[in-house]
Design a protein around this ligand. Structure first.
Ligand code: PMP
Length: 361
């Protein structure tokens, strides 16, 4: 007997059940094609329509202005740590500003250093990345090639609840773990990127939204890595990850059917508030993140006694609540509650936590 669990994985993460059911229904024969989406040419009419519809839905749901290109690339967000400096830095002596808020910004820093000087203009490292430094604390470099933030820190559970001012350099944001979870003013950003495997779909496709004016700064890049070539070819320069893009399209349709990002934001606030309230009210659990920076997507919490971690995880799993183990750099637990996590999953977790505390607290 098979039963679906509540999956609190940080990514790849739970997808909406309706999306999986539609994919199942269309698995063997997609519309009148007589074949699976996985088996069809990416140049044919069926896949072309899927691709065009995914692109249009991204523009609609995110409110992407016309002077921005939307790209679907491969290599994950990790490749973007290198592709972005390759495309935006024109001279090795330029500076990339980075706000350092966790392990992912650390990787952006390390890759950026291969192409330019990197200046850490604010950091929460001294407090184990438990907060987002206010813009008033940043020390931006005048004339930087770009300024990079990570809008939500998947591991440490700290999220920007405000949108930075771009200032004199294009603002670049890694939105891998909170894209489409709340409205974003795209026009503030020079570039937004996100791996798909949290809020967009399965791994294998990476979203890039970039202001067209930033394209074409470096004419000599390998064409697969060149945003201007990808934009010109509508991300169909080579064989795209077709099935991942198909699922992305289904997820985007689901987002639209939920009422779009503004409606999802309200649900995400309600889910996160409920879980944080349960943590804060308990004597057993605590959350290391500063209240003003608490993520709505990834909620880390520790237990008063580390010896209780193993029984907590085992009993949670037996109750159908899985992938709650925290990242080793924080310890304890982490509940990732992206768009697809229903309130019922949060309720089940909160009830389990209260019951566990009664028995072990
Ligand atoms: N940035 C953030 C904020 C992430 O959470 C992750 C993955 N968890 C990455 C980048 C790396 O993404 P990928 O595995 O797609 O390279």
């Amino acid at each position: 007997i098979m039963a679906r669990v509540f999956n609190f994985s940080a990514g790849p993460a739970a997808l909406p059940l309706a999306v999986l059911e539609q994919a199942r229904a269309e698995m063997l024969e997609y519309q009148d094609s007589g074949m699976s989406v996985m088996e069809m040419t990416h140049r044919g009419k069926h896949f072309s329509a899927i691709h065009a519809s995914a692109m249009a839905l991204i523009r609609e749901l995110m409110g992407v202005p016309d002077d921005y290109a939307v790209l679907l690339m491969q290599g994950g967000a990790s490749s973007q740590f290198a592709f972005i400096p390759m495309n935006l830095v024109t001279d090795r002596n330029q500076t990339i500003d980075v706000v350092h808020t966790g392990m992912w910004s650390k990787k952006a820093i390390a890759e950026g250093r291969k192409f330019a000087n990197v200046q850490v203009i604010a950091s929460s490292e001294e407090a184990n990345f438990s907060y987002i430094p206010a813009q008033s604390e940043w020390t931006p470099t005048p004339g930087a090639a770009y300024r990079h933030i990570t809008s939500n820190n998947t591991i440490f559970g700290a999220e920007y609840h405000w949108q930075p001012e771009a200032g004199d350099a294009p603002l670049v944001a890694d939105m891998s773990s909170n894209i489409l979870s709340r409205p974003v003013d795209v026009s503030r950003y020079g570039l937004i990127y996100a791996g798909a495997q949290k809020n967009l779909g399965p791994s294998g496709v990476t979203l890039v939204v970039v202001r067209k004016e930033l394209l074409g700064r470096n004419p000599d890049l390998p064409q697969m890595f060149d945003f201007s070539v990808q934009a010109e070819k509508d991300s169909m320069l080579n064989t795209p990850p077709t099935y991942a893009i198909y699922i992305l399209k289904l997820v985007l349709e689901w987002v639209k059917a939920q009422g779009g990002v503004a409606a999802l934001e309200q649900r995400n606030i309600a889910k996160a508030d409920k879980l944080y309230a349960a943590i804060d009210a308990s004597g057993l659990y605590s959350c290391p993140t500063r209240v003003d920076s608490r993520s709505r997507m990834n909620i880390p919490f520790t237990l008063a006694d580390d010896a209780l971690n193993a029984p907590f995880l085992a009993e949670a799993e037996a109750a159908g609540l899985v992938n709650l183990k925290g990242h080793r750099s924080v310890g304890g637990m982490r509940a990732s509650i992206y768009n697809a996590m229903e309130m019922a999953g949060v309720d089940a977790l909160v009830d389990f936590m209260a019951d566990f505390e009664k028995r072990h607290g």
